[in-house]
Design a protein around this ligand. Structure first.
Ligand SMILES: Nc1ncnc2c1ncn2[C@@H]1O[C@H](COP(=O)(O)OP(=O)(O)OP(=O)(O)O)[C@@H](O)[C@H]1O
Ligand SMILES: Nc1ncnc2c1ncn2[C@@H]1O[C@H](COP(=O)(O)OP(=O)(O)OP(=O)(O)O)[C@@H](O)[C@H]1O
Ligand SMILES: [Mg+2]
Ligand SMILES: [Mg+2]
Lengths: 253, 253
């Protein structure tokens, strides 16, 4: 009960949001009570679960910078069991506004304390950077799930990401562990994808989820309808594999 | 002579690096003398033109934070006419290290002053965020080129990006103009791509480059060989369209 998983990777466009939204939706479908926190100023996860930014009361910005209670920022989504705390455009200023604040790395961790045990799992969707927003997520998390796109450039940032995780483990959150690596946008027709999979399995020996998410256009269409894939097209290849990934996360326990 | 173009978009994985590297390579092939500056801590553009980070003398970090001269950081690449200033892993700390420094937004602009007129064009590859590194690029640039992936989530951040550009124009760089919008990873088989193209053309009336970059696996393979597409596979569909885009940029003058 009450585990927190940060979905993080500073490389852009690797499937962090797609993984956080669809994993959250399938875990909710399995009967779990899930909280999805969007700390990316772009607010893609907020849109991906169908919330409208203009209708949001308190946002993640209010929680991190103005000390609003997280409970006030939690909204239900159209998916039973899936709740979300929304990101709004003012969050873009938070990276710099947090710098002088006291205990700036622990703002999310402290905000989560009173609510996290009311959920089976909390997922935090991170922005593509290793700044104070992602640091807040790593400092608040029990585990970190790393989506890695099956592309060459995606391999380059891994050493940097792992050294940031080690820094957080040493200075901010000794209990932080690796939940696993999720390979995304796999295209079996290209050698590149196969080479990247081999490389990642060598680098993260034993920590790569069996479910490899294929490139599937239905996954990129779903957000334009404000729906996770479990609602938009549950029979699609992308949906099937995210459902399997959710089972693996539950098995990991 | 001496124009500076920032390649920027805080949405991750939209093709900023792929555009900066390949546009730079084709402009060099047309006989221009091009400087590519990598200010993304991931250093993908540095790898994309075949430079080895371990062999780099002075880096962009040294220039921005320690006031090293940019001239010392400029290296030739394997492509005649294309030069580069490399990003190294220490650049990851620059966002926070720059915050207390005097004239922190103008570090790149001041570093470019003495060298930019020796090049026909300077391209700056930005990280996927709107922090001080991207602000430095926008404050130093004459123009900004915005790659936009033909995907739904890529539309969400545009208002935020445009308001940041307006902020820079008002407070840091009144001469900054929009060079244009380059649509990337277009997949003609999906309705989504077509819808996004229509939407972007409406939002940026008249500022969208005619050349629409198709999704093409050869573009994502080239970086693993440290080569731009003009060298790796000049007959590929991706190469042809980047060559056309280079012609359009020259026409814009
Ligand atoms: N398996 C997939 N198949 C096809 N498209 C995908 C897949 N996963 C994600 N996408 C699409 O690719 C783009 C990038 O994915 P997403 O936005 O989830 O990545 P991200 O890591 O969250 O990006 P950012 O770094 O900007 O936060 C999106 O447009 C998304 O819809
Ligand atoms: N037209 C294309 N067709 C196929 N693959 C592409 C294309 N353009 C870019 N890619 C691949 O997509 C991924 C994302 O592109 P790229 O790294 O250039 O984006 P970016 O905006 O620079 O990412 P970041 O936000 O992390 O800096 C890379 O693996 C790249 O090789
Ligand atoms: Mg995202
Ligand atoms: Mg890049």
């Amino acid at each position: 009960m009450g585990r927190v998983i940060a979905v993080a990777n500073q490389k852009g466009g690797v499937g962090k949001t797609t993984t956080a939204v669809n994993l959250g939706a399938y875990l909710a479908e399995m009967g779990k009570r899930i909280l999805l926190i969007d700390i990316d100023p772009q607010g893609n996860a907020t849109t991906g679960v169908g919330l409208e930014k203009k209708k949001v009361g308190k946002s993640v910005y209010d929680v991190l910078v103005d000390d609003a209670s997280l409970r006030e920022a939690i909204l239900p989504t159209a998916i039973p069991g899936l709740f979300a705390a929304a990101a709004t455009i003012d969050l873009a200023g938070a990276e710099i506004e947090l710098v002088p604040l006291i205990s700036r790395e622990y703002r999310l961790r402290r905000a989560l304390e009173p609510v996290k045990s009311e959920f089976d799992l909390t997922l935090v969707d991170c922005p593509p950077s290793l700044g104070l927003l992602t640091i807040n997520a790593l400092a608040a998390a029990d585990r970190v799930l790393i989506p890695i796109q099956c592309e060459y450039y995606a391999l380059e940032g891994l050493t940097q990401l792992m050294s940031t995780i080690k820094l957080v483990q040493t200075h901010l959150n000794t209990g932080l562990q690796l939940e696993g690596v999720a390979l995304t946008m796999f295209d079996g027709r290209t050698n590149l994808s196969i080479q990247v999979v081999d490389e990642v399995k060598r680098f993260f020996r034993g920590k790569v989820f069996r479910s490899i998410i294929p490139r599937n256009v239905r996954l990129s269409e779903a957000p334009s309808h404000g729906k996770p894939i479990s609602v938009y097209d549950p029979k699609s290849r992308g949906a099937e594999v995210y459902r399997e990934l959710a089972r693996e996360v539950v098995e990991n326990g």
